[in-house]
Design a protein around this ligand. Sequence first.
Ligand SMILES: Cc1cc2nc3c(=O)[nH]c(=O)nc-3n(C[C@H](O)[C@H](O)[C@H](O)COP(=O)(O)O)c2cc1C
Length: 732
Amino acid sequence: MLSKIWRFSHFYLTVSSFLFLLLAAVTGAFLAFEPIQEKLQPFHIKNAEDVSVAQLINTLKNKYDEVLDIEVDENYFVKSNVFSMDVVGDGQFYINPFDGNKIADIPQKNAFFEFLTNFHRSLFLETPGRIFVGIVCFLLFLIAITGLLLAIKRQGGFLKFCSKIINDKSIQYNHVALGRFMLIPIMILALSGTYLSMDRFSLLPDTKDVVNNQKSTPNKTISFSEFPIFKNTRLKDVQKLEFPFSNDEEDYFILNLHDKELKIHQKTGDIVQATNYPFTKILAILSFNLHTGKGSIIWSLILFLSSLAILYFMYSGSIIAYKRLRTKTKNKYKADEANFIILIGSENGSTKILGKIIQQALLKVGKKVFLDDLNNYTSYTNIEQLIIITSTYGEGEPPSNANLFLNKLQQTKITKSFTCHVIGLGSFSYQKFCEFAKKIHSQVLLQDNINVPATNPLLIHNQNYEQFRNWILKWSTSLDLNLEIPKELASKRPKETVFKVVDKQNIIDEYDETFTLTLTAQKRRKYVPGDLLAITPPNETSERLYSIGKNTKGDLLLSVKRHSQGVCSNYLNNLQPSQELKVTIKKNKDFYLPKKGKQFILIANGTGIAPFLGMIHQKSKGSVSLYWGTRTKTLEDFYKPQILQAIKNNTLQAYHVAFSKGESPYKYVQDLIIRDEEHIAKTLLMGGTIMICGSIAMRNVVFNLLEKICTSKKLKPLEQYNNNKQILTDCY
Ligand SMILES: Cc1cc2nc3c(=O)[nH]c(=O)nc-3n(C[C@H](O)[C@H](O)[C@H](O)COP(=O)(O)O)c2cc1C
């Protein structure tokens, strides 16, 4: 509930201040350079800040006929207003505090920065503009606070706020990861701006603390440079010193320090009156420096980055909000009219899109369907089928629109029995993969009157649409429905590419048949070993994915096992050289040979060798070992020239093979792993990468072995290597 409030506030605060924030951030980014430009002016004299006031007065009095005042700015540049009958000149200028010489005239304020400053402060609307700017600045502070609370919630609590954020390549990741760095400076920026506005409109209490000292004795006259206060005060503590206007004893030196103003008797040097600035004024000075970056190049640069970060947050926030709004639920039928109920558990909306796809497809064939959040679960009068699709968050926690579901499931009396299917969306990067969907599935299994055909829920990694689509098609066929499910999730369809078959080789042994297709693209298309090729056989609706290999000429290489009933493998097997086929290339960046690292171990079984046949020709900075489990030597011979070529070119350093049906001391790829466990352990320890491609069964066995190696060699738990992407898999 609380997180809903934060999200709601975060969204509406940002929307309400959107335009000004945009302008403020853009102008702020430019203005951050003003203090840098000022600081880089050649008016700075080394150690000027350590000169005492007495020393400076002495120097100036000797050099000029009259000194009116001295000012020291945030950069410790010293200005003085002097009068002289001599050629040394008079007026106000920058001086060298060591010898009193003029360094430079005071330059005019840069017109560009002046324009921007006025716009930034008041939008050229004078007082109403300043009030508006002050309010928006306060809103920015609230936005930063609500954003911080949301980030804490997303990370699973305050203590985990600084723990690693799993990079799921989403825009939310960028939003949160950048937020962790930039929210604090943005808060300071917003708070100091708000404070300055309040100060400007005298909204802060102004309680001056004035201390009057006893009048001094008139006959004790000493020279200025001997005044203890001047001797003990360095320029770094001074803002301004005004000299007495006349010789009248009632005319004092007025010394403005950073925290107080002193009136000093011009003959005796006694402090006649000390006015401590109220704390609010000291804070206002601090706020000014923090908001403008005056006096510090580093802080100015941080302010510049914060302004850019605000712009990025506005962009990423808009996309996140758009995605959420796009998935707002609309229903044609009421809950009690519907036979199909789809309930969604989603935090960021992607799961909802899947629910909508089923909803639209069912509506198209005239079915009554109702789509809702899991939290709104109730008893439905006409329900026949319930489809639950949910993501998982935190450590196996429900998304925020599903946290009440399990309780409601227990409490709601089921008046009409129905069939239920559970689909979980999650990511292998998290320890508790699709945990919430699993929890739901185990709970619905226990309910009377709910028929659950599947023993396990369908669990989908990384929103794999293909897997989801295939499931829906199978489910709808079982209900005799002919649903039209779009082939691609994205509104922008990926480009189809025409490839020509340049070579085809079949390898038939007594066990089965494998073949390779060498394809060349008609138009130049960029692909990387590890990418996937999506092929939809003619007259078919669902596509099949194949890992892409690449030969030394840059042609695309497919390795396919022919299944006697397999529609796609038979379609591909029937292709002959010079025939064409249309395919789409899907980027699979999670399975590229990493650019960094010193050790790479590639593990494959069967046709899982395909992407590795490309990778072993890539130039990497480390040593690459290939482990392959295949059936017979005949099969190996088929791929061997490519492998030998890579060894010759020194892009592959080691190659190990096991034959499950041939003569070999090693039957399976896992036997090789047991043999080389030292090498595997060392690779993990040194930050190297293990890539696995092939069957899921092989992956599971290899994972078990890796787990054992991690325990016996006292490495970190396997999950950690998984999480930091030292183990990459592409299995089917
Ligand atoms: C902060 C965070 C925590 C997550 N925790 C898990 C988790 O524990 N288990 C899991 O399988 N997936 C986890 N995921 C992945 C999401 O469940 C997955 O990306 C899902 O597709 C998001 O769907 P949605 O956009 O509908 O919320 C997490 C994602 C994020 C951003």
